[in-house]
Write a protein of this length. Sequence first.
Lengths: 438, 311
Amino acid sequence: MKLAFLSLFCAALAGCVAPGAAAAEQFVPLLSFRVGPYAATGSAIFGAYIDYLQYINEKEGGVNGVRLVWEECETEYNNARGVECYERLKHKGGGASVVMPLSTGITYSLIDRVAADKVPLVTIGYGRTDAADGRYFPWVFPMITTYWSQNTAMIKFIGQKEGGMDKLQGRKIVYLYHDSAYGKEVIAIMDEQAKRYGFVPSYIPVAHPGNEQQSQWLQIRQVRPDWVILSGFGVMNPTALKAAAKIGFPRERVLGVWWSGAEEDTQPAGDAAKGFIAAGFNVAGQNYPVVGEVLKYVYDRNKGNMPDRSRIGTVYYNRGLVYGIITVEAMRVAQARYGKGKALSSEQMRWGFEHIVIDDKRLAELGATGFMPAVKMSCTDHEGSGKVRFQQWDGKAWRVIGDWIDADRELVRARVETSATAYGREKGLNPRDCAKEQ
Amino acid sequence: MSELQFFAEVLTGGLLSGLLYALVALGFVLIYKASGVFNFAQGAMVFFAALTYVGCLEKLPRWTGLAADSVLLVWLALLLALAAMLLLALAIERLVLRPLVNQPPQTLFMATIGLAYFIEGLAQGVWGANVRGLELGIQDVPMDWVLDHTGMIVSRFDLFAAGVAATLVTGLALFFRHSRVGRALRAVADDHQAALSVGIPLATIWRIVWAIAGFVALVSGLIWGARNGVQFALTYTALKALPVLILGGFESVPGAIVGGLIVGASEKLAEVYIGPWVGGGVESWFPYMLALLFLLIRPEGLFGEKHMDRV
């Protein structure tokens, strides 16, 4: 009885002192989509993102003891809902650390808002390419690799396959794209590359949603290209692969962008997808230590977010882990400067993102060697890498082919700066002096 | 390949696609004939039916111990998907339509919009959001004989799908023209109250028609799912049906097939021959423009009934 009273007294005492000694928390709002047209993509990426945050909590008790907390808001990939979710969550839990909407449309809708609210908007593998110039876009981070970088790396890959960039002279490349701002984004840079290397580009749009492509592939048959670059999303991708098979175009010569190269794109196409090659800033597979760690610390404790464990290790799942790694690395970097074990403000988080350095040594520590490229961020460079790796679908799984390929950074950066400067002029912005902001 | 050959290839491909549009449009026609309303939920029904079929294929081996490649499994999954569509039809009649008897068509139309959202959510909630492949055992590859003799690509799968669509449309056209249910259907579509007053069992007719529409949705879902994968985009097939209905007439089963052929052929030809002049991407809006022009000339469609209202 005495023991029971003692326990009660201790518990009460603990309850009294708890608020003062409560562990700090870092809030991450999640503008996710798990229903609607792009639910397959959203559920895997956001599921993995949550798994990684959970993994840090389980393994390390948070980032230096700061536990990660999050709240999801369903956007259904809809711009208006995305903005509503952002407004609803931005002040919660002491304020949003970072926003990752996983939608170019929502990104564009939030660019002015995040600048006013001072919240980092991190858009890995989508969003506005010229925002890579941090002098004009201090709050936007189109990290790792942008569409422009991806396209230049794809042309390099084709050059490698043809036996050298000089062999591109006279080659025909069809760019089959989703008829939207996303699909059109690289046309100008492709034209520039065509002039430089002498290949002949043809641009063939596919109207949304892209579930009918017969006429486009009959046109491709007329053009007789050496390569087809597929820039699609959702149902457009398997439809393209099936249509390619129908006209007998070799899938080994169809190159997909990273929103065309997931299991969700190849599995519905069946045998027609065999041989298809796709770019990525992350690879597929469970045989990376980081995936194994998540399985051990999260799924073995029944705390995983994915109801279907077979999706762990897919391209989109692993992409979500990359999003998680980047978020947590920014927190570690910022805490190293502003105080370990303390919750960070959004401005401190921005500093963290701008000073991320994930070199080969750090990649090995993270268990992500070969899983994602090395990243080095700065005030001026909000992209940080520009590397792309290619994978080929063998009929059942993705197999990595070759090493990371660098984008044509010189070409891309020049265009980024020109475009960002024009944006700055239009908005009346003064560029940041990055030399002073160290 | 000569220009003429290329034209013939595009045209043939368009006509075959058109028959697939007709298949989806058929579901709309049935509901319109029974309740005088454009069923906004038809695309969602196609998605739900296909997802239920592949979902059963995935789960049944675990539940029954049957081998994943067993023929029995396929039939069982098909039967379960059909049963699910039947249940859905009964539930729609009982919970959505019955309370709305004698309400204006706009009210029923609004109800089908809500129904579409419900069915989409239900499908993904029950079976998950994963994209699945679907194999019907017919390869989507060119027919060698046609390729060798004409140089044209005609897909074996497209030809099979067109055959299924044509058979279904013919069968249903005959059924509704010569059966009692078909005649009762026309009375129900004209006036709910008048139909009830002459002893037509409105609830039964609705149940039958929604169940047949569910069956048509399942067939459409299987064919479109085998073509592009079973995913949310199946709901978009409904977008192709609207211009087909405007052209063919909302109440006509043969109209759906003629409308489908016109839409399929014209959109493909427009994409190839007009597309390059206007920056491409014509396929999505061209059928609607065609339908709009048609509305100005013949608002009831090619085979639709001309309505005369006393004022």
